[in-house]
Design a protein around this ligand. Structure first.
Ligand code: B3K
Ligand code: ZN
Length: 904
């Protein structure tokens, strides 16, 4: 056989897209599964694509042994094809071809967890984006859709369960201790949706009747010891099926739908047709091992993967540049699903706030850094690096803006037209936008810029009240900073939802100049130019504006409010999102001012290697925290607000969110300022915090519902504040909660409180927790993560944990739990002045690169924003980046990230 040759990674450009030369009707695959040598025989029935002039068959393959290639029955000699850098070409091929490809793989050696691999002795696949080419030579691109039949053969004792996409046609014994199962997927699909699972697994199953009366079989497959943790995933699946029928009129198109949990998995889950494969983290839950956050995560991810069945699978992407077509849309759908599952207005707002927090904390920095890319990127080196918060979360915001502009019904009309036009096709983001525009008779041409331009737009607000004319003017202007490769930006089409509050805090019915009568109290202004003025008439008195309600666009809003106005909005705004936002602005104002004071005094104190000077400094710095503590205190005791909502109001902006608002990032200064404010608030609100702690206990049987989880959130927030005192009284409270907890949410919150304190019982509690949950991998992940993020952690402690017998780099969840938690979740300690955190980071990137390039590349992203840090830190970051860049054998995943970081 001809051997493949490697070459330096190439950049792939969106503008270079060409249609496939051949189309495929059917694919028949036979697998003889063996961990050390799996044989794969693939028969592909293909024909020339009438839309292409090429007669060349192009197949992609990676890390494969090609055993044999037959074209229309004849074995191809190496001289009859070329094989270079993973591309196999057969020139001058006939119009119709039956191609037989035989390959040999070593799944056991596959630590990348892409393609066919072994996890805990069972077989799994992961083919998105380009993993199918690690199974066979194939036109592994999403616009080649075909019908698949799959025959699996394996040892019956070791692999009693054999699963693939679609419906089970037959199964039986082969006589030699081996058995087989034959599966057929009735729908055309791209190769990235192919999946197989083989091994020792057990299932929870149930029949479910769709709205149409058709009965389907639902299964959740797990390892034997985990069958007591599948109910929530099953419930979430049923809720997802029902929701998609009701909200979008979309029915499950298969007779059987399977979810399989695997412990070694690169991301959350994968939407393979009819056979979703999940990270155990997003399937397994019972009250004593999973937290409220885990329960919510399972519901969201089960929903997300299920919703892909239509948005992604039935209608897929033409090429990977269109990734957000399925991901942004499906995230939007899962966000709406989770919100609908809560139901109440305030519950919906809490969900919205959670989603916006992620956007600000992770996506805004991405959009301002070296990896900034538009929602539909123009180029990439490694597509796996583009499964980003921009594609997913900003993409979801872009989809949400259609709904804000067109209304819920208009959005639904657009979705209906999208499926009517494109079912079983591979399409583009333009096709989606066209369906939205055409179904509503709207011109959405300018809206395309959300797909083309990277960077977070800033919208500036100026207001003017003309008492004589009773007119109130809002002037909005927009600008977007340059991003790598995109210096100039054109104005976006931005929906800005606004309301005006009268002096009692009530909404004023709004009438824009030229309108005959008053309209709704929230109006969506459409900002399409660099600057526009909107004039409201009949406004009796100067109002307080509430702008960008419900976060109607993914922008930064610059608006000058006084402390009094912010406190007023926090107390009265009918838009719950903006109510929360007002509190965040008020807090950020104090925090940023204190951060600046610390920074100004930093150099002189730098050498002391002791941060107690910061507290002394802040304690003598004149500051008015009273406005904030009064406003927060009022919210804390406001019984008309749900506990969950009070929890988000009283949570200070995260260190990562604050960092993005600084011109120069100084993690220790931010952390110290935030800690100082936490202690100040804890002190001022002690009595009410204690009362809230007591009032929000959730005795009785555990339930993850919104009300109970909201109470636990508020109670545990109160505990964390009270623990800032770090005194005997608070230690006792945390210890009692730890000892008496009947669920993981409370137990873990108590352990976290103890770990961040000097409580005498802290070491014993950590040891007990480990011992009690040694057998629960997901709980041990929490144990690692908690220690990595503790305020008392440092590089040495984290290095020690690397040597713990339960630690392994090979399992992505475990690697993330310790390494990512420290590097991304403990900024004050990671960014230690001596650069030891960066050395640790470089060591781990290099180690992971050899094991799992996708996970390594994720970790590489940690130093993305290095140019924004204080100069002394920058230099040390650059050294670490250069050390990684100098490594031999870097994967193209890591290479792309590091190269871009050093270049921009
Ligand atoms: N579509 C998959 C992600 C695949 C990532 C490949 N590196 C999961 C999801 O978004 O639902
Ligand atoms: Zn997805």
């Amino acid at each position: 056989m001809r051997n493949d040759t490697v070459s330096t990674p190439a950049t792939i450009y969106r503008k270079d897209y060409t249609v496939p030369s051949y189309l495929i009707d059917t694919v028949e695959m036979g697998f003889d599964l063996d961990p050390t040598a799996t044989r794969v025989a693939t028969r592909i029935a293909m024909r020339r694509n009438p839309a292409s002039t090429s007669k060349e068959i192009v197949l992609l393959g990676e890390e494969l042994e090609l055993v044999q290639l037959r074209l229309n029955g004849k074995v191809l000699k190496p001289s009859q094809y070329t094989l270079k850098a993973g591309v196999l070409r057969i020139a001058n091929a006939p119009a119709k071809v039956i191609l037989d490809v035989e390959t040999l793989l070593q799944p056991e050696k596959n630590t990348s967890l892409s393609g066919l691999y072994v996890s805990n002795k069972n077989f799994f696949t992961q083919c998105e984006a380009e993993g199918f080419r690690k199974i066979t030579y194939f036109p592994d691109r999403p616009d080649v859709m075909a019908k698949y039949t799959v025959m699996l053969r394996a040892d019956k004792k070791k692999y009693p369960v054999l699963l693939s996409n679609g419906n089970l046609l037959e199964e039986g014994d082969l006589g030699d201790g081996r058995h087989y199962a034959k599966w057929e997927d009735p729908f055309k699909k791209p190769s990235y949706l192919f999946a197989l699972v083989a091994g020792k697994l057990v299932k929870q199953e149930q029949k479910y009747t769709l709205k149409s009366g058709r009965e389907v079989l639902l299964q959740v497959w797990v390892e034997k010891g985990n069958l007591d943790k599948t109910q929530h995933a099953m419930d979430s699946l049923i809720n997802s099926i029902r929701w998609d029928e009701e909200r979008f009129g979309l029915e499950l198109d298969l007779d059987r739908f399977m979810i399989v949990a695997v412990g070694d998995f690169n991301m959350g889950a994968m939407e393979n047709k009819g056979l979703n494969i999940f990270n155990t983290k997003f399937v397994l839950a019972k009250p004593d091992t999973a937290t409220d956050t885990d329960y919510a995560g399972i519901e969201a991810v089960v929903g997300h993967e299920y919703f892909h069945n239509w948005t992604g699978n039935r209608v897929t992407c033409r090429d990977w540049f269109q990734l957000s077509l399925k991901e942004g849309l499906t995230v939007f759908r899962d966000q709406e699903f989770s919100a609908d599952m809560v139901g109440t207005d305030s519950g919906r707002a809490v969900k919205r706030i959670d989603d916006v927090r992620v956007l600000r904390q992770v996506q805004f920095p991405e959009d301002a850094g070296p990896m900034a890319h538009s929602v539909r990127p123009d180029d990439y080196v490694e597509i796996n690096n583009f499964y980003t918060v921009t594609i997913y979360e900003k993409g979801a915001e872009v989809v949400r803006m259609y709904q804000t502009l067109l209304g819920r019904d208009g959005f639904r009309k657009g979705m209906d037209l999208y499926f009517q036009r494109h079912d079983e096709q591979a399409v583009t983001c333009d096709d989606f936008r066209a369906a939205m525009a055409d179904a509503n008779g709207r011109d959405l041409t300018q809206f395309e810029r959300w797909y083309n331009q990277a960077g977070t737009p800033r919208v500036q607000v100026k207001t003017h009240y003309d008492a004589a004319k009773k007119a109130y003017e809002i002037t909005l202007s927009q600008a977007c900073p340059a991003t790598p490769g995109q210096a100039k930006k054109l104005p976006f089409h931005i929906p800005v939802a606004v309301g005006l509050l009268d002096s009692s805090g009530n909404d004023i019915p709004l009438r824009l100049r030229g309108e005959a009568k008053d309209g709704a109290t929230t109006r969506v202004l459409e900002l399409t130019k660099a600057q526009q003025t909107f004039r409201f008439v009949d406004i009796e008195k100067q109002p307080v504006p509430s702008i960008l309600r419900n976060f109607s666009a993914p922008v930064v809003l610059d608006i000058d409010y006084t402390d009094v106005e912010l406190a007023f909005l926090l107390a009265h705004d009918s838009d719950a999102f903006n109510r929360w936002e007002a509190g965040q602005r008020l807090a950020a104002r104090s925090l940023l001012a204190m951060t600046a004071v610390v920074r100004e005094n930093y150099p002189a104190n730098m050498e002391k290697n002791d941060s107690s000077w910061i507290d002394r400094l802040l304690s003598v710095t004149p500051a008015n925290h009273a406005a904030l503590s009064d406003a927060f205190g009022a919210a804390l005791i406001d019984q008309s607000l749900d506990a969950a909502f009070r929890d988000v109001i009283l949570s200070l902006p995260s260190e990562a969110t604050l960092a993005e608002q600084c011109d120069v990032i100084d993690p220790l200064a931010i952390h110290s300022a935030r800690q100082y404010l936490r202690r100040t608030l804890a002190n001022a609100l002690k009595t009410d915090l204690l009362a809230a702690y007591k009032a929000n206990a959730t005795p009785g049987e555990y339930s993850p519902d919104a009300e109970a989880s909201g109470k636990r959130a508020l109670k545990n927030l109160a505990l964390a504040y009270l623990m800032e005192a770090d005194d005997a009284e608070s230690h006792k409270l945390a210890q009692q909660q730890y000892d008496n907890a009947n669920n993981m949410t409370d137990r873990f919150a108590a352990l976290m409180a103890l770990a961040n304190s000097s409580a005498p019982g802290k070491t014993a509690a950590l040891a007990k927790f480990y011992k009690d949950f040694e057998q629960e991998a997901l709980v041990i992940d929490k144990w690692f993560s908690l220690q990595a993020m503790a305020r008392t952690a440092d590089v040495a402690a984290v290095r020690d944990l690397l040597n713990h017998p339960a630690f392994t780099l090979k399992n992505p969840n475990r690697a993330r739990s310790l390494i990512f938690s420290f590097c991304n979740g403990n900024p004050a300690k990671f960014h230690a002045a001596d650069g030891s955190g960066y050395e640790f980071w470089a060591d781990q990137v290099i180690a992971l690169n050899g094991v799992n390039p996708q996970v390594a590349a994720r970790l590489s992203r940690t130093l993305d924003r290095w140019r924004k840090y204080a100069p002394a830190l920058q230099e040390k970051m650059r050294t670490a980046l250069e050390r990684v860049a100098a490594e031999k054998n870097l994967s193209k995943d890591v290479l792309e990230v590091i190269t871009k970081a050093l270049a921009n």
